[in-house]
Design a protein around this ligand. Sequence first.
Ligand SMILES: [Zn+2]
Length: 140
Amino acid sequence: MIWDIQNKALLRKLWSEGLTATEIANRIGGDATKNSVIGMSHRMKLPKRLPPVNMRPKKVKPTPVATPPDNVSPLMIPVEKIRNGQCRFPYGDPRDSGFSLCGHKTRGATKPYCDKHHDFCNIKNKSEYYKNVPEEFTAT
Ligand SMILES: [Zn+2]
C-alpha cells in the first residue's frame, strides 16, 4: 500500500467523519486494507476512536438493595463463625469488616435462612421492603 498525499488526505477526512477502517479502505481502494488504514492512522497520529458499540463497557445498573425485614433482631454472626443451621442472611457490605450474618435458627436443616428471612426472600412483591432506595436504583 502506497500512501500518497491524496490517500492520506482522504484517510484524514473519512477518519474524522467516523467511518470504520474497513469502510475507509474500501473508499481508498487499491490494495488498502483495514489494517493498513489503522496503521497509517497511528503514524499520522489521528485521534483515537471509541471502540465499536458492542465493545464499549456496559453500564452496570446497580441492583436495588432491599431493606431487610425490621422485625428481625439479627445475632450478627461473623461469616467465619456461622455454623450449619444458622441463618445466613447477610447484613452490611461484604467488603466491610462489620459484615455479618443473621445467625438465627434456620427454617430447616437444609435451608439457608430463618423463617423471617425465608419469607422475605420468597415473597413475590418486595415493594414494601424497598424503602429508602435512591430513585436512580429503581428507575427502569
Ligand atoms: Zn435470619
